[in-house]
Design a binder for this molecule. Structure first.
Ligand code: NAI
Ligand SMILES: Cc1ncc(C(=O)O)c(C(=O)O)c1O
Length: 311
């Protein structure tokens, strides 16, 4: 296989599957999107139409011949495939069962890339017949708009596969970030460090949700979208970092569990957009409107970031 696979299969058509499939298809691959649930497939077909429109409006590489087909027939989805991207729910046992099911149906040369948010690849590969073929390929949500993918080899992943996946990611113009294996990988370790402190500040009543969102969006997000954290330290001064981290680090939240108020919301069925309420409440039509605003904002920001120097 040279760079982009001719045929690829995405397993799991929930939040992430349609955007992943659409990105590969737009770059020219024939993609089969498989799900165990017919309802999920029906939702994915509708989501795909929206995603395709979004891809039209960003500078996403497009090549002729790409397509996405949808279905609940696993053998049909796997026929002649070269690359499988697994995007089923974040449960180790489920992913291991899916890998066993896949390995019973495919040749030894077929790649399995997992979109796990942070389960170590080595652990997932323990029950596999060919562990050298498993590699982490962590897309960020929404996958058709965030042009960066973490590439995470496990202890038994073949080094040829690491190089191959990096070339595949470059073939659809995304930035591959090669990492050593660690729970949560790099992106979610940083994101969850931020989220842990944010949730603690809310729980202690230090700031309102609206105030927190404004502070983090402008004070941190805006700046970090232009200058990464390493260069930010040069901009601020390492002496300042030493002075502040010297008194602040020991005061930062260090809890190891999910905050109780989040657990209470989940127990009350408040999960966020998918239940019309979570951190904020949403009335009729509000969730769709917010989703549109977020996508519009991400498209505008991506265009701007693509047009300025990578400092
Ligand atoms: N939601 C997010 O923001 C992100 C999620 N991820 C990771 O991607 C993976 C998928 O996440 P989501 O798309 O959010 O999950 P989701 O729950 O929205 O979708 C998962 C889909 O997998 C299907 N499924 C369940 N068992 C299956 C099986 N045996 N075979 C085929 N399909 C099956 C479900 O019917 C569902 O449609 C997880 O590992 C998650 O941690 C990674 C990056 C971001
Ligand atoms: C809150 C949250 N948690 C996990 C992930 C992930 O990468 O799996 C994301 C994301 O990609 O956006 C996220 O927002």
């Amino acid at each position: 296989m040279s760079s982009l696979p001719t045929i690829a299969t995405v397993i799991g058509s929930g939040t992430m599957g349609p955007g992943i499939a659409a990105t590969l298809a737009r770059a020219g691959a024939t993609v089969r999107l498989y799900d165990i649930s017919p309802d999920a497939i029906a939702r994915a077909e509708a989501a795909y139409d929206v995603v395709r429109g979004v891809l039209e409006s960003v500078d996403s590489p497009s090549a002729p011949g790409g397509s996405v087909s949808f279905g609940t027939d696993l053998d049909a989805a796997l026929a002649d495939t070269e690359l499988i991207i697994e995007a089923v729910p974040e449960k180790l046992e489920l992913k291991q069962k899916v890998f066993a099911d896949l390995e019973a149906r495919i040749g030894d040369d077929v790649i399995i890339a997992t979109n796990t948010s942070g389960i170590p690849i080595t652990t997932m590969a323990e029950s596999m017949t060919v562990p050298a073929r498993l590699i982490g390929m962590h897309w960020s949500n929404p996958p058709h708009l965030i042009p960066m993918i973490e590439v995470i080899p496990g202890e038994k992943t073949s080094s040829e596969l690491v190089d191959q996946l990096i070339e595949i990611v470059k073939a659809f113009n995304y930035v591959p970030v090669l990492e050593k294996e660690i729970p949560g990988f790099v992106e979610n370790r940083v994101l969850y460090a931020i989220l842990r402190e944010c949730m603690a500040l809310l729980e202690e009543g230090i700031v309102t949700p609206e105030g927190l969102d404004a502070c983090v969006k402008w004070g941190i997000g805006y700046k970090l979208s232009v200058v990464g954290p390493t260069r930010l330290l040069d901009m601020a001064g390492l002496d300042i970092y030493q002075a502040v981290s010297g008194y602040l680090n020991k005061d930062l939240d260090a809890s190891t569990d999910t905050p109780q108020f989040i657990k209470d919301k989940i127990a009350a069925g408040q999960l966020g957009f998918k239940t019309n309420g979570g951190m904020y409440e949403y009335g009729d039509g509000d969730v769709d409107a917010k989703r549109k605003e977020i996508i519009t904002g991400l498209i505008a920001a991506r265009k701007t970031l693509a047009s300025i120097p990578n400092v």
